[in-house]
Design a protein around this ligand. Structure first.
Ligand code: 5GP
Length: 204
């Protein structure tokens, strides 16, 4: 086993069901770490600071960027979103794989900085299903939904930059999480990640 955990990036447009799929995945694989992002957007009903996000001010976010405390970040629909560096380093330093649930811009930054990161794009079965899901959530205004749909199409165009593309069928959250679990398990057996074990035999 490699002594450093792998970064597993999961992207997908807003409404692709990422949140629920990731939750199900974390239940199936409790050894995984999850990176809680920082954001300047306001909490939605039911969201808890420190669990869903660290909800911080723009000034504090910009200070974190300046201090080099952010692993990657982007602006999305007018707000900052980013991965705090310290916690991510602590978890991967323990040898645990870490899930980053982030959008495409951040994913590309992570892949550049850490080529060993495994990237997965989650997509809905169709554009109409995506729109239904966004409207069904009932938490966003028409204008925000329109912005998010436009952004979704832009994001899905980048699917070929990802290592894996997984479709989240309606009602298929667990099946989808199981697919990602299989990807993670396969990645853990990559020869390049097994060097410590293999080298014991080579350097005996
Ligand atoms: P939402 O406002 O729906 O919670 O998130 C909007 C988008 O920001 C989603 O695509 C989500 O994956 C992404 N996001 C959440 N946290 C981060 C982060 O730390 N970095 C980046 N680059 N994107 C993030």
């Amino acid at each position: 086993m490699s002594s450093k955990g792998t970064l597993i990036v999961i992207s997908g447009p807003s409404g692709s069901g990422k949140g629920t799929v990731v939750k199900s995945l974390m239940e199936m694989m409790p050894d995984l770490g999850f990176s809680v992002s920082a954001t300047t957007r306001a909490p939605r009903e039911g969201e808890v600071d420190g669990r869903d996000y660290f909800f911080i001010s723009r000034d504090d976010f910009e200070e974190m960027i300046e201090d080099g405390d952010i692993l990657e970040y982007t602006t999305y629909c007018g707000n900052y979103y980013g991965t705090p560096k310290k916690e991510a380093e602590r978890i991967t330093g323990e040898g645990r794989d870490l899930i980053l649930e982030i959008e495409v811009d951040g994913a590309s930054q992570v892949k550049k900085k850490f080529p060993g990161a495994v990237t997965v794009m989650l997509i809905p079965p169709s554009l109409s299903v995506l729109e239904e899901r966004l409207r069904g959530r009932g938490t966003e205004s028409d204008e925000v939904i329109k912005k998010r749909l436009e952004r979704a199409c832009e994001e899905i165009k980048l699917a070929y930059d990802y290592d894996y593309v997984v479709v989240n069928e309606n009602g298929g959250v667990e099946a989808c999480a199981r697919k990602i679990k299989r990807i993670i398990n396969a990645e853990r057996s990559r020869s390049a990640r097994m060097t410590e074990t293999v080298d014991n035999f080579i350097n005996r």
